[in-house]
Ligand binder design. Structure first.
Ligand code: NAD
Length: 363
């Protein structure tokens, strides 16, 4: 029986519309193959929304996203809007969308594709085969804890304050996303904290340990964040899924992503308790190459694959899309950001055409 999904598309700015067009084409092709019907609706966010509607996140956009099964976002931002006041910046629209959808979990994979192993700054034997998922808490911790601010002390000095705080319920809900993500992967979860120094981390460790009883098939380990940073660079293959708080996750997910060496290849997902998640590339709107058919659409396509797996529960379709990406790379196609000697340099559209051809051949 045909399954129907309503998807809100947010192409945004810069290269956004170019890479989104490719993702829509491949999703339609995947849909035919797996009997999935996508109802796409496009909405405004970021700079284009400022230009056309006067605000970076129009109410209609938030409402359209709330009414959908998933949101596929490309990228927002650009020089044109950089000098606007903070509430009118493109980034404010994205933060508002995340908050409006209650997205507390950020999933960022760092997968080394065999074809791009030499793009990493680390040695081949260290990174070959790396396949890590970082699950980061997104709406709590030191970025949001109160009190925060810069205050004057009695002696007249300034004092900057942030508060790292987590409630047990916040730890439990991100912990469950960590365990459930590990279930969909290789069954190993590493929780990262700083429980040797921080009370908030001690609570984190206690709650994650208690949750493990509900997931007996998952192999749970704990690492202090300083050691986790070292281990990521020393022997990243030891990791499957990592779950951690907002600050540690911010840093570790960037470090893990850079193991792969190519920003045009990295997807991400932000998920809430229920309701639609947002699936988007890690990179920005690349205004320096916008409109020149130079953008790499593969991070957007891999974001669509994450949407199929984590947002719509269609793992077979996700797998097919990921395989198609591997195959076009095997065929030697490269956009300029991942180009290397002996390969075939193509633009955004030709990369999309190669993906469609690969998907057709598999039919
Ligand atoms: P960026 O990721 O847009 O670009 C960094 C470099 O990587 C550029 O040289 C760019 O050409 C290249 N690049 C990025 N994506 C690429 C792709 N798919 N294919 C080929 N090359 C690619 O980061 P930036 O230059 O720091 O920021 C540009 C704008 O994007 C800014 O306005 C920033 O605020 C915004 N931004 C948005 C997001 C988002 O939408 N989530 C994230 C980061 C930055």
């Amino acid at each position: 029986m045909t399954q129907q999904f309503r998807i809100t598309l947010l192409p945004g700015d810069g290269i956004g519309p170019e890479i989104m067009a490719i993702a829509v084409d491949v999703l339609q092709r995947i849909g035919q193959r797996f009997d999935l019907q996508f109802e796409f609706q496009e909405a405004l966010i970021g700079g284009v929304a400022i230009d056309q509607a006067g605000v970076p996140l129009p109410d209609q956009t938030l409402e359209a996203c709330r009414q959908s099964d998933a949101v596929l976002l490309a990228a927002i931002g650009g020089y044109k809007w950089d000098s606007l006041p903070r509430q009118l910046r493109p980034e404010t629209g994205l933060l508002g969308l995340r908050a409006g959808l209650g997205l507390f979990a950020n999933l960022r994979p760092a997968t080394i594709l065999p074809q791009l192993v030499d793009a990493s700054s680390l040695k081949r034997e260290v990174v070959d085969g790396v396949d890590i998922m970082v699950v980061r808490e997104l709406t709590g911790g030191v970025y949001f804890g109160q009190p925060k601010g810069i205050f004057a002390t009695e002696s007249g000095q300034k004092r900057g304050v942030n508060t790292m705080a987590y409630q047990a319920s916040e730890i439990d809900r991100i912990g469950r996303v960590g365990f459930e993500t590990a279930q969909k992967r290789r069954g190993k979860l590493c929780s990262v904290d700083k429980a040797n120094v921080l009370e908030v981390s001690q609570l984190w460790r206690d709650r994650i340990t208690a949750l493990a009883a509900d997931y007996p098939e998952i192999e749970l380990s704990h690492l202090y964040v300083d050691n986790a940073a070292m281990q990521l660079l020393r022997w990243p293959k030891q990791f499957d899924t990592i779950v951690t708080g907002n600050l540690f996750g911010d840093i570790l997910s960037d470090a893990a992503a850079m193991l792969t060496g190519s920003i045009g290849m990295l997807p991400s997902a932000s998920l809430g308790e229920k309701g639609p998640g947002i699936f988007e590339p890690v990179h920005g709107s690349a205004p320096d190459i916008a409109g020149q058919d130079k953008a790499n659409p593969l991070a957007q396509v891999l974001s669509a694959a994450m949407m199929l797996r984590y947002g719509l529960d269609q793992p077979a379709a996700a797998e097919q899309l990921e395989q198609a990406v591997l195959q076009v790379l095997d065929q030697g196609y490269r956009t300029s950001d991942i180009m290397s000697e002996g390969m075939i340099q193509v633009g955004c559209q030709a990369m999309g055409a190669a993906l469609l051809k690969t998907l057709d051949q598999e039919n």
